[in-house]
Design a binder for this molecule. Sequence first.
Ligand code: PBG
Ligand code: ZN
Length: 328
Amino acid sequence: MELKNRSRRLRHNPLARSMVRETRMSKDSLIYPIFFEEGENIKAPIGSMDGQFRWSPDRACEVIDECLEHGVNKVLLFGIPKVKDEVGSQAYDEHGIVQEATRKIKSAYGDDIYVVTDICMCEYTSHGHCGILHGHDVDNDETVAHLCDVATTQVAAGADMVAPSDMMDGRVGAIRHALDEAGFKNTPIMSYAAKFASKYYGPFRDAADSTPAFGDRRSYQMDFHNGREAMKEMTWDEEEGADILMVKPALAYLDVIKDLSYSTNLPTATYSVSGEYAMIRNAGKAGLIDEYGIMCESHVAMARAGADIIITYYAKEVADAIQKGDIG
Ligand code: PBG
Ligand code: ZN
């Protein structure tokens, strides 16, 4: 058969395929989320997230060494305090769990590891909502004032970057102002700009004991029917001084990642969340899918959609896949 165009010419062998690959993966763009809880000598398996653990700060070096062995040198810290209260006071205590874990890691590794800290109240409030309640409603402006204290105490403890995940209005601008006032002008903010109200966070809430005691988060997180609204959130966060914009979750929102990455000149991040991890992990364990293969394909899809930065519980395994040349 006489054919002018044959796609197969460039698929002929591995070298040809590697030459024309459109998406390049790098370990440099991976961030690994870690859960810290108050206490000592703890490495507690998280039931809903097989292979993930809750660590006490005294064992931080174990988990950081593991990351570094795989070539992952960026982490995102979450904290689970012993005591939760109405106003989430442990979130902005200078000796809170994330502040202590950050201090420990930065004093041991300095600039060899990049520490990002999550800013939110839901792991610290007794009611599990992401802010201060007035009746059954999260009070936006009062919450923002507290988020600023979360940010400044985390950065004072050594955090390299902060990542507000609360979805209150105006928090990026307020945190920027608070950090500048506190002398942290060069600390970037990675905003959870388009964070959807998602069932994919279920396993995380089990890991962090942060399921809301009543209601849900739909009055502050985004409605998953909306794509254009993500562009609005993006624009506002840009105006308020965000340095990196994030879309969360990842796999069900590749269209949003694509739109956002085309529309902004800021780096685009995505967070492949606990539910995505748990689905792939458990389906793999049940022998229903090839876990490794699906992991590779899914993470390349996030990059192909436009994510410059990928936050993932699979960071170490993805780094290995890149190292082996299976992807990237
Ligand atoms: C805190 C926060 C959540 C996640 C990241 N930061 C939970 C939530 O909003 O309920 C989810 C991460 C994951 O599912 O892996 N607001
Ligand atoms: Zn929250």
